[in-house]
Design a protein around this ligand. Sequence first.
Ligand code: NAD
Length: 483
Amino acid sequence: MESQVNPPIRSKLLLNGQLVEGQGPVEKIHDPSTGLMLAEVREASLDQVTEAVKAAGVAFKTWSKTTPAHRSGLLLKLADRIEARAEELSLLESLNCGKPYKSMLTEEMPAIIDVIRFLAGAARCLPGLAAGEYVPNHTSMIRRDPLGVVGTIAPWNFPLLIAAWKLVAPLAVGNTVVMKPSEQTPLTALAVAEILADLLPPGVVNILAGRGDSVGAALVSHPGVRMVSLTGDITTGQKVLQAAVKTLKRTSLELGGKAPVIVMDDADLESVVSTVRTAGYSNAGQDCCASCRIYAHAKIYDKLVAALEGAVKTIKIGPPRDASTELGPLISERQRERVASFVERAQQQKHMEILTGGARVAGPGFYFEPTLIVGAQHTDEIARREVFGPVVSVTSFDDPDEVVALANDSDYGLAASVWTNDAKLGMRIAASMQYGTVWVNQHFTLLSEMPHGGLKMSGYGKDMSLYSLEDYTAIRHVMVRCA
Ligand code: NAD
């Protein structure tokens, strides 16, 4: 599993079928586990953004007329080629993000390959209303047609996984794409650009490296882009919406989360603890679905907290390439300082206690200890704002009816879980939660077949599943007079 050889690093953009150097400023890419520079990538110039949108517009004329089977065949080949290079791409992602290589290769990479295969196949059987004569002698039918050029913008926490969601779904239903990875983590997208350049006709996919306020903003405001699909921060979603207003672009916004975990007094605590140990801390907690906000029934609070403390203390911090590493570094010094400042502010409140962790790890890299904060109140910042780091807070509750209201009292609405052995109670709570995904006696599992997306300020629009394919199409009515 351990590999010492660095994978090759590509820094060229994909523009109209060609791999080209960016013409904009140079962006330095770092290894978060050492803080050392990995690569320099020149971002796209504004002229290159325009060129990419134009190329995608031209390619749309033919790509949108291809059959679903044709597109599916090419996308299945994309999955095969990514699979053939799974180790190299996993290593690259691990290097660029600080993710443990083992989990990248054995968990994230299979999910990437699976979602590409799922979307490629699903695009061949979009469901819809039956055609029929709703007016005598007139046949009405529903069409689902691609929109045109889709601009997709990805974040740094799951660069290749989210790129796969946002690249393959629009392509599978006949759109063309201009994609911008995060300026901090462009390396896997630029490696896949090489595969795409060989596989797809020119212009169908264009991949432009660059920052949000230059390349991202230019893409979002370009009149030739019909839809923007973003995964990112709430403030970025707001900026995208403001820019989209001018040309009334369709938008799909997957923004942050602050997932509540409701633990009833009859829950299987062993299962809660082992799940939170993973779902609260994997990817160093930089996950919009992280199980970061626990509400524990007062009857089991002490027992749960003690067991969680024991479990969190065993999480193994280490270099991403070490097969035993469970917790790698945060993405940047800036992100580590942000996480540390949340913990410091919590520490200043007397009613809270940091049971384990709470500090930066000394030495190179942007490591932060896995942290468990207990005694949090529902109104505390630590229980309300997205930390995006390896930090979990625990809050006690007495009234099972009230806890659903507490969990729902949040700007966010992405994911949540409830833990109880009472199946009826679990169902009732799941139905009342204002979250895009609710797990009962589970937390974290996302599937290619099921939609992922939020409510409230977590945004709207779906990734994965048939619903994501629908998001990238326009529903149209065609009526034919038959007599
Ligand atoms: P970010 O919003 O800073 O950046 C996301 C992307 O948007 C980057 O590619 C960035 O360059 C681009 N961007 C920034 N400003 C822009 C602008 N004005 N116009 C166009 N593009 C712009 O987010 P991040 O820090 O990379 O990622 C972390 C955030 O993403 C967290 O808030 C997290 O919760 C969220 N996230 C959400 C989901 C989800 O599925 N809902 C999944 C992963 C991450």
